[in-house]
Design a protein around this ligand. Structure first.
Ligand SMILES: NC(=O)c1ccc[n+]([C@@H]2O[C@H](COP(=O)([O-])OP(=O)(O)OC[C@H]3O[C@@H](n4cnc5c(N)ncnc54)[C@H](OP(=O)(O)O)[C@@H]3O)[C@@H](O)[C@H]2O)c1
Length: 232
């Protein structure tokens, strides 16, 4: 039977490449993005494809969007729920004033949304074969790895979502669900910038291998695109 990936933030960057590669591997892809009408690359993929790509509107920061999506998808089985959507927060983020509203907005997108969406779709994940909840973390959210300071908004929200994922890994284990925090590498996207060391293609190839090999024993770990376990 076909396997199904749900991906958030699927209209560009790493999310779009995840949609591309899983489609090429013959998966069904539920591609979620804020503005389907403007998601031209996703639409082109849908037109080219074999009917295996469905585009859904989802602003992960809006509780009503999450509730509507869960209603739309109530009959689905979701093998991998990939929570990729994320924001870096305001520019700067050195030891200087930071807009509190912007900081809270980043918390909503990077931390609260993965929890709310997992809660809304947990039955669909539990009903699937693979039963994986994948949350995009980052090495920059590692407290052990922080030797350069700064990046207060991004680092604090990603460290927080690492903890959300760790608790999910424990709470969802009885339902056979594996919860992974993933680090995609430093990737050339709008967020990663042009100086980043990895292409989206290579990053996603690595992430797919990590997901392919994942077992319940990996649940609750922060795993890099090349399979390395990273310290919290
Ligand atoms: N690039 C890197 O080097 C790197 C490294 C470590 C971790 N990551 C993580 O990887 C993930 C993807 O990053 P990326 O590099 O692909 O970034 P990106 O190119 O900036 O893409 C971010 C994606 O998130 C979506 N998004 C933002 N806010 C949203 C919301 N409220 N609702 C729904 N979607 C929303 C964006 O949609 P819109 O187009 O609507 O804004 C876009 O699709 C993020 O979680 C990021 O923190 C990236």
């Amino acid at each position: 039977m076909d396997k199904t990936l749900l991906i958030t933030g699927a209209n560009r960057g790493i999310g779009l490449e995840l949609a591309r590669q899983y489609l090429a591997a013959n998966w069904r892809v539920l591609a979620c993005c804020r503005n389907p009408d403007q998601a031209t690359e996703l639409q082109a993929l849908a037109q080219r494809g074999t009917g295996k790509l469905a585009i859904h509107a989802l602003d992960v920061a809006r509780d009503e969007d999450i509730a509507r999506l869960a209603r739309e998808l109530r009959e689905e089985k979701i093998d991998i729920l990939f929570q990729n959507a994320g924001i870096g927060g305001p520019r700067g983020q050195g030891f200087a004033p930071i807009d509190s509203e912007e900081w809270l907005k980043a918390f909503r997108v990077n931390v609260l949304a993965p929890f709310h969406l997992t809660l809304a779709l947990v039955d669909q994940v539990a009903a699937s074969q693979r039963r994986i909840v994948a949350i995009m973390g980052t090495q920059l959210g590692s407290i052990t790895d922080n030797t350069s300071g700064g990046r207060y908004v991004y680092r604090s929200t990603k460290a927080a979502v690492h903890m959300v994922g760790k608790s999910l890994s424990i709470d969802l284990a009885p339902r056979g669900i594996t919860t992974l925090l993933l680090h995609p590498g430093w990737v050339r996207t709008a967020m990663g910038g042009a100086q980043a060391t990895m292409s989206v293609e290579d990053s996603v190839r690595g992430l797919r291998q990590v997901l392919e090999r994942a077992t319940p024993a990996d649940s609750g770990q922060l795993i890099a695109y090349d399979g390395r376990i990273l310290p919290w």
